[in-house]
Design a protein around this ligand. Structure first.
Ligand code: BGP
Length: 475
């Protein structure tokens, strides 16, 4: 294979809560992410220490209006179509469909909204790729049940999944269950709506919640396969290799252990059972998971069809306390500074070759098709006096990553497609801000809510259009 395969699914990826706005419109319920203000105030929340769930109306929450995709999706989809998108990854907001998460009947207005979006995509021959849960849990489920720590969420999620599979069975073939499922361990409130009380055993609760999500994911795979015969249902990992800082076997073992914290989820979703190293970890750390009798079968019989993953950076680890002092800030996962690589304005390590390595590693491990469902550079874009954004830095970042993805394909890795993150500027997940931008399309809106929301093409718009047009021959 000399380049990208025919039919390669080029496109972009967005998520409901970072894009739609209209956070309480047409019957939508409040979700966990609606409560997250911008950076400074948000940080304690991300650490899972939130004690009050009510948004402070005096503060500005960028995600409440986001970029108003809810009302402007036609204009935005037309721009994606102009770039030649073959696919758009987006998520359904659970609380648009079941505002409280445990309602008896779904909210018709919410269902209709996504019907309209999928119809619009079809008009432009853009294949939807839909995430069922992208960092949002209906707030009522946090209050009533303690979110994913409670087994009840498994049933409620299955009901939600069955509802949307049934409704959209003729419109959506590609699905993902939980966005970056491993994020639950690092940002438990964002990943699973978990809030801890003083003195609770957080690790026990996190892994119990993880078990519930894993069973819920498998039940969604089962439902999807029953309802949509040609469905492709994937998992989604926040990926990125951990490199050992040195050749000291202790560092190498440590790097392996760190990667396994993430692989653990995909091992269950793709291989269908808990790996031995996880069982050992639970035992050594006094973690006892409550499992139902049939869980093992559910996991075994309903493994995913493909492995979706996000890739932004790689990480470095060391067991040497002196080296450990050299931590970089910014990486959600924590990392030692890699002396060979640059970082983004937010401290995320930029490592294009790491994408090739990660793709090879995932393919070696699972032997299932991969889908790169997120990748990109978050940057501060400043329009020049003519209002143009000349984002050569972004083009450079993407170019380098696409070249390495091409190498991975030449290595024999089966990759279904590539959806870069935030093809239009949206609210940042980790900072809650507008100013961390990923788009090919600039949106006039700042952190305080000023701006007209007008969309303007950046320089990268035409570059990506050409990439898609030539199926990656011209990068
Ligand atoms: C991933 C999330 C996305 C996203 C992206 C970029 O972790 O799945 O929702 O936003 O990272 O992160 P950020 O927006 O924090 O720059």
């Amino acid at each position: 294979m000399s380049g990208f395969p025919k039919g390669f699914l080029w496109g972009g990826a967005i998520a409901a809560n970072q894009t739609e706005g209209a956070y309480l419109e047409d019957g939508k319920g409040l979700t966990t992410v609606d409560l997250l203000p911008t950076r400074d105030k948000r940080f304690p929340v991300m650490l899972g220490k939130l004690s009050s769930y009510e948004p402070l109306e005096s503060e500005f929450y960028p995600s409440h209006e986001a970029i108003d995709f809810y009302h402007r999706y036609k204009e935005d989809i037309a721009l994606f179509a102009e770039m030649g998108f073959k696919t758009l990854r987006l998520s359904i907001s659970w609380a648009r469909i079941f505002p409280n998460g445990d309602d008896a009947e779904p909210n018709e207005a919410g269902l209709q909204f996504y019907d309209d979006v999928f119809d619009e995509l079809k008009k432009h021959n853009i294949e939807p790729l839909v995430t069922l849960a992208h960092f949002d849990v209906p707030v009522n489920l946090v209050k009533e049940y303690g979110s994913w720590r409670n087994r009840k969420l498994v049933d409620l999620f299955e009901k939600y999944a069955r509802t949307v599979f049934t409704r959209y069975k003729d419109k959506v073939k590609y699905w993902l269950t939980f966005n970056e499922i491993n994020m639950l361990l690092h940002l438990p409130f964002v990943g699973a709506g978990l809030v801890f009380e003083e003195g609770e055993n957080e690790q026990q609760i996190k892994y119990q919640a993880a078990h519930h999500q894993l069973v819920a994911s498998a039940l969604a795979v089962k439902a999807g396969h029953e309802i949509i015969p040609d469905a492709m249902i994937g998992c989604m990992l926040a990926a990125g290799m951990t490199y050992p800082y040195s050749s000291n076997p202790d560092d190498v073992m440590d790097a392996m252990d760190k990667d396994r914290e993430s692989f653990f989820f995909i091992d269950v979703q793709s291989r269908g059972e808990y790996p031995g190293y996880a069982k050992r970890f639970f035992q050594e750390n006094g973690i006892e998971l409550e499992m139902e009798e049939n869980d093992a079968n559910i996991l075994k019989e309903n493994t995913v069809d493909y492995i979706g993953f996000s890739y932004y950076s790689s990480r470095v680890t060391s067991t040497d306390p002196k080296v450990q002092e050299n931590q970089t800030s910014g990486n959600v996962f924590g990392s030692i500074k890699n002396p060979y690589l640059e970082t983004s304005e937010w401290g995320w390590t930029i490592d294009p070759k790491g994408l090739r390595i990660t793709a090879n590693q995932l393919y070696d491990r699972y032997q299932k098709p991969l889908f790169v469902v997120e990748n990109g550079l978050g940057a501060v874009d400043v329009p020049n006096e003519n209002g143009e954004v000349i984002d050569d830095y972004r083009i450079q970042y993407l170019q380098a990553h696409l070249k390495e993805m091409k190498e991975a394909i030449q290595d024999g890795v089966d990759i279904l497609g590539y959806t870069s993150w935030g093809p239009i500027d949206i609210v940042s997940a980790s900072t809650g801000e507008m100013k961390k931008r990923y788009g090919y399309i600039y949106v006039d809106r700042d952190n305080d809510g000023n701006g007209t929301l007008k969309r303007t093409k950046k320089k990268s718009f035409d570059w990506y259009k050409q990439v898609i047009k030539t199926n990656g021959e011209e990068l």
